[in-house]
Ligand binder design. Structure first.
Ligand code: COD
Ligand code: ATP
Length: 198
């Protein structure tokens, strides 16, 4: 059986990539949510759990649950520690995604991931979609959604590439500035991918 067409869907923090993914799902396209799945694997993939404990110590977990604020504080203020987590988590997510993709019956599948170009993961996709939005709007959205501070959002932005740099590598770009309607943009890309994949 030939490999299903894989489409990366990325965007910086608060760009609205999960919101865009939900629209693709409404067009019956299966979507793999890498950030969510990564957190699940970090608690349930025994090999990954032991590698992470080896790198960060037992205090990374409290009663088997990942100590997320503790880890976020560490990795978004320390590039070396972020590199360590990325090097352990991303290959595990890649394997899990490939397994999931092979089980889907669809003309193509989406992988929604916050960092895709940054990890080089985009080369494994057949196409890559970038969601963009003005930086101040992205910060406000995340503050409203999570109660984060501006500084916390900015420290995550600093761990990601700029939209300009990502745009050079994207096949499609969606502008989610709350002025341009999202559904027609998604529909156009969905139809273009179906045409290109036939
Ligand atoms: C530090 C953790 C526990 C914080 O969890 P939290 O629920 O607060 O955030 P969540 O995972 O939903 O991520 C929210 C946003 O933070 C940013 N972010 C998360 N991980 C990273 C990273 N490694 N590099 C840059 N930005 C990141 C993204 O914009 C993401 O959409 C979590 O982000 C994590 O384990 N990250 C490392 C693993 C990883 O790279 N996951 C994402 C890609 S597979
Ligand atoms: N076009 C829009 N109109 C109104 N609200 C929006 C729009 N796009 C996104 N939002 C809101 O902004 C917040 C961030 O969007 P979303 O969670 O989709 O972003 P994300 O890129 O997946 O973020 P993260 O990287 O933090 O996971 C959410 O609360 C979402 O409901």
């Amino acid at each position: 059986m030939s490999k299903v067409i894989q489409v990366g869907l990325t965007g910086g923090i608060g760009s609205g990539k999960s919101t865009v993914a939900k629209i693709f799902e409404a067009f019956n396209i299966p979507c793999y949510y890498a950030d969510d799945r990564a957190k699940w694997l970090m608690e349930h993939d025994d090999e990954l759990v032991s590698e992470l404990k080896g790198a960060f110590g037992e205090e990374l977990y409290t009663e088997g649950r990942l100590n997320r604020p503790w880890l976020a504080e560490r990795i978004f203020n320390n590039p070396e520690e972020r590199k360590t987590v990325n090097a352990l988590v991303h290959p595990a997510v890649g394997r899990d995604f490939d397994k999931w993709s092979a089980e889907q019956d669809s003309p193509y599948v989406l992988k929604e991931a916050a960092i895709l170009f940054e990890t080089g993961g985009h080369v494994l996709s057949d196409f890559n979609i970038l969601v963009t939005a003005p930086e101040d709007l992205r910060i406000q959205r995340v503050k409203d959604r999570d109660g984060s501070t501006t500084e916390q959002v900015k420290s995550r932005m600093d761990a990601q590439w700029s939209d300009e740099k990502k745009a050079e590598l994207a096949d499609f770009i969606i502008l989610n500035d709350e002025k341009q309607p999202l559904i027609p943009q998604v529909k156009n890309i969905h139809e273009a991918i179906l045409r290109k994949s036939n």
